[in-house]
Ligand binder design. Structure first.
Ligand code: DC
Length: 646
């Protein structure tokens, strides 16, 4: 168990998040690639516990699995014949791995044992085994009948009439059979004997099978026919969409706390059913914007989200997020048709009810439904238990947006599907104070002192441009070589430690402050590709509990939603004089006239460039420090901060 994480009180959400790859797509693609003929390269694969379980299992089965870059893998297909015919496989708590693998292994003629964590041994798999046994597969339960651990023996598969399968416990049983059956090469029919739940997940399965060359004819959601003679063939290269279930937390944050919050990696043409979570938010009054590769959510114009009474059978995972969103609505909310929650990572209906009650909400619970009535005022400083369920941890992070601190027990459980979740959550919820202004306006000193007073992180963005100029100079690159300098900026080996700055391990704190690097920085800063190359790195500074960022475009480009925006300025003469005193104080030579001319030239270059020019934006508060000393400037800025931040 990991140490509890205390989330500070948060009041607003804005910004954008690049989503990790979809779990459902990642694990299906891995297995299909392994079963196919030919080599498949998969890009943007999710890196998490559940995908590692699948990768490890494939490796153990003798499938060629090679990393070919960050989150990119090459899989050598084995045409359904796993090279290793006897193995013990540990499946953790990954339902998306154990179910389809069980089906594929049952048809492969080998001898295998599959087990998982204790909770996995409580999660049903009996319906799938029934289906497999109808065609002669020999799969036995080593513990309780109908549950893992499992032992699979070689068997002769014989096809007799349609396979009859239940679809009301987990859609993964159907997914598992659909993916495995083409290995027989025969015509096969699956008939569901009960209503199918979570249909959009089966659509993902059919979609991915089609990309590997196998089509399935379906009559409604009752009958599925796989025409004989089809084989999986690698489509070559594939790309995994961002995870739509993971997107739900960020979209919810935008809908609850202002927004806009944008998730990148899924869009209007996503093949994942969970993108329909955005429709649910819309029905609560949130505004949603959909692009090719992004979805964005904002709070309702009218303010509060509306209470809801909805059927969530089609989006069981993302629906959990709505159980917590219910706390932010104006009345009793009902989540219907969510019986599958009971057999997931934990009994999610019971876990959700228990934890929501800790905040003072009134929760009613049925076999397959949950009703949540928000508390008039949420109880503060609650410690949330997460039941080794990644979604419990992610869902309850949203409660911090009520402006009360929340403690999340065992936050590390998010690694099941989203190891970087809390950093990503911070990157759209942490308050930002942006202090922009021209060189030597005192903003660096003031910003660092504000950060210290509040216990916030401090980003000196000018240092990044200075470091870029230094790195470029050392690499012998011309400072106007846009692609060359931008390439350096993107991978700058920079490290900040207190007030020291390191480049490639060397302390360059003084070197980047030279007049040469001041001029160099303002020259590389005009290049749009350099600015773009430094953007993600600057945004990554937004971490708990808060950030003070100084520069030229902190409030306009890098953190446009910043809670506080200050534009600090002073006359050129006053700034030249400050710089002069600084240099003399350090025992360095200085010439007042040259300094003034230099400053004016840099101001002009910063103000006239096309990209993010230096100017006070409409929503920034101006502070002219010409006649102030540093203490007075600090007091002026702190007064603004106190008024804006609760
Ligand atoms: O704040 P500073 O003097 O250390 O900045 C050095 C140069 O970097 C400055 O001339 C303009 C550029 N810069 C920028 O363009 N955008 C920022 N956010 C910060 C600095």
């Amino acid at each position: 168990m990991s140490e509890p994480l205390i989330l500070p009180p948060l009041s607003a959400a804005w910004g954008s998040v690049r989503l990790p790859g979809s779990k459902s797509i990642s694990n299906r693609m891995l297995l299909l690639a392994a079963l196919a003929e030919g080599t498949t390269e998969i890009f943007d694969l999710l890196d998490s516990d559940d995908t590692r379980v699948m990768l490890d299992a494939l490796r153990k089965l003798g499938v060629g699995v090679t990393a070919i870059g960050t989150d990119a893998w090459r899989i050598e297909g084995c045409r359904g014949k796993f090279p290793v015919t006897e193995a013990d496989l540990f499946m953790g708590n990954a339902g998306t791995a154990i179910r389809p693998l069980t089906a594929a292994l049952a048809l492969s003629g080998g001898h295998y044992r599959l087990s998982g964590v204790p909770r996995m041994h409580e999660r049903p798999i009996g319906d799938l085994l029934d289906g497999l046994r109808q065609i002669g597969a020999d799969v036995r339960c080593a513990g309780n009948e109908g549950f893992p651990p499992l032992e699979i023996f070689p068997a002769s598969i014989h096809l007799a009439g349609p396979i009859r399968l239940r679809g009301d416990v987990s859609s993964q049983f159907l997914t598992a059979l659909l993916m495995a059956l083409p290995l027989t090469g025969e015509e096969l029919v699956i008939e569901l004997t009960t209503e199918l739940i979570s249909k959009p997940y089966v659509e993902i399965t059919l979609n991915l099978m089609a990309r590997f060359g196998v089509s399935v004819e379906r009559e409604g959601w009752q009958r599925f026919r796989i025409v004989g003679g089809q084989r999986y063939r690698s489509p070559g290269q594939l790309h995994v969409e961002g995870d739509a279930s993971s997107a739900s937390y960020f979209l919810a944050a935008g809908a609850i706390a202002g927004g806009p919050v944008r998730v990148e990696g899924v869009g209007r043409n996503s093949i994942q059913g969970d993108v329909r979570f955005a429709e649910a938010l819309e029905s609560l009054g949130a505004s949603i914007l959909r692009g090719e590769n992004f979805i964005e959510a904002r709070a309702p114009v009218a303010g509060q989200l509306k209470a809801f009474d909805l059927d969530f059978n089609h989006i069981p995972d993302a629906a959990m997020t709505l159980a917590v969103v219910a706390l932010f609505t104006n009345g009793r909310c009902v989540l219907r048709n969510i019986g599958s929650w009971r057999v997931k990572e934990t009994d999610r209906i019971s876990a959700m009810a228990t934890e929501l009650r800790k905040f003072g909400a009134v929760v009613e619970e049925g076999d397959d439904w949950l009703a949540v009535s928000p508390a008039p005022s949420l109880r503060r400083a609650v410690a949330v238990d997460t039941y080794d369920d990644h979604r419990m941890a992610m869902c309850f992070s949203l409660v911090a947006l009520a402006g009360a601190p929340v403690s999340i027990n065992d936050p590390g459980c998010v690694a099941k599907t989203f190891p970087g979740y809390f950093d990503a959550f911070a990157s759209v919820t942490v308050p930002v104070i942006a202090i922009d202004g021209p060189s030597a306006s005192g903003k660096g000193t003031v910003a660092a002192r504000v950060a210290q007073a509040l216990g916030f992180h401090y980003l000196d963005s000018g240092a990044l441009y200075r470091l870029t100029a230094l790195a470029a100079t050392r690499a012998g690159k011309a400072l106007d070589d846009e692609p060359g300098v931008a390439a350096l900026a993107r991978v700058l080996p920079a490290r900040f430690e207190g007030d020291r700055v390191f480049l490639d391990g060397e302390d360059v704190s003084d070197a980047i402050r030279s007049e040469e690097m001041s001029v160099g920085a303002s020259r590389v800063a005009v290049l749009p590709a350099v600015r773009a190359g430094l953007l993600a790195r600057q945004r990554a500074w937004r971490r708990f509990p808060g950030l003070v960022a100084d520069g030229r475009d902190m409030g306009s480009v890098v953190f446009p939603g910043a809670e506080v925006k200050v534009f600090l300025t002073a006359s050129a003469e006053a700034r030249a004089e400050r710089r002069y005193k600084q240099l003399i104080g350090k025992g360095l030579p200085a010439n007042m006239h040259a300094l003034l001319q230099d400053l004016q030239e840099r101001d002009a270059r910063d103000a006239q460039r096309r990209e993010a020019p230096l100017r006070q934006s409409d929503d920034a508060i101006g502070v002219d420090t010409t006649l102030m000393n540093i203490e007075e400037a600090l007091a002026a800025v702190m007064a603004i901060v106190r008024k804006r931040l609760p």
